[in-house]
Design a protein around this ligand. Sequence first.
Ligand SMILES: NC(=O)c1ccc[n+]([C@@H]2O[C@H](COP(=O)([O-])OP(=O)(O)OC[C@H]3O[C@@H](n4cnc5c(N)ncnc54)[C@H](OP(=O)(O)O)[C@@H]3O)[C@@H](O)[C@H]2O)c1
Length: 305
Amino acid sequence: MVFHRMNMHTNKREKTFCIIGCGRLGTNLAVYLTGQGYAPTAFSSRSPASARNAAAHAGGGKVFENAADAARCCELIFITTPDILIEPVCDQVAQAGGFGKNCVVFHLSGALSSEILASAKKAGADTGSLHPLQAFAPYSSGQTSPFAGINISIEGTPTAAAVGRNIVAALQARAFTIPTDAKTLYHAAAVVASNYLVTLEHFALTLLARTGLDQARAFEILEPLIQGTLRNIASKGSVDALTGPIVRGDEDIIARHLADIDSKMPQFSAMYRLLGRHTLDIARMRSDFPKAADQRLAGLLEKDT
Ligand SMILES: NC(=O)c1ccc[n+]([C@@H]2O[C@H](COP(=O)([O-])OP(=O)(O)OC[C@H]3O[C@@H](n4cnc5c(N)ncnc54)[C@H](OP(=O)(O)O)[C@@H]3O)[C@@H](O)[C@H]2O)c1
């Protein structure tokens, strides 16, 4: 049975929600949804202490040992366990009859789509995934909302997508929709944008450290350049933001870089060439790229040295 809740202060009906998996994201989600048209109603986690902690921070809701019992009394069910457990936990709740026909079930993984909630769908629920592009720390009282102003992707059934948009608005975040079969590529894009940016900057810092600067000083030196580049991408787009020797067609400079890297830091030769080849592809999209330099640059950046 699904319970409806009235907010004592506004007299408005609130959607009941439950959190299964009361860790970093589950607890933050419960805290920031509460009072925004959503009532914390049920919590369940591997350890009851985590569920009690989440309920206490959210300011309401009952703790259940069994996830299906928690799900049974809510309209919205969030499965916020580690990724690998979402599907088995969903299956277990479905088997125990925890999903009502009108409930909506979400998980919040970036890498997985709503298809892993198939058992809930089969039980008559609408299913979706919401992925907040944010790194969540454990909730601590007095923190500012980690959801405010961030972007959250939505995919799932049309009903789940509509419900998801309201949830995202309640969290004061911004929603965007992606097709279910694009979820993996979407996640790869997020990994490239964040993790591989770290790899790239680590590469730059290692080159600079070889000049004798310590790592902290090397970052201080590069930071205004990195921030300026990000601002240029934001204002002009990734093609027009490109500056430097490749787009200028300055093949001599690239030849010098390669000579030094090949002799002093050969472990980076392949990476420099690979990134150079992709940078050349971007340069070719620009009308100001000196085409006469194309062939020699391509030759310098070829795979085999
Ligand atoms: N943290 C982030 O930055 C972030 C960002 C975007 C998306 N996400 C997604 O959010 C989801 C949760 O990630 P998280 O970082 O919040 O993980 P987390 O802090 O490790 O929390 C996961 C919680 O699930 C509970 N749990 C484990 N097994 C369970 C089971 N069988 N049944 C019920 N609860 C169980 C854990 O238990 P106990 O505490 O009870 O032992 C833990 O509190 C993942 O899908 C992740 O991809 C996370």
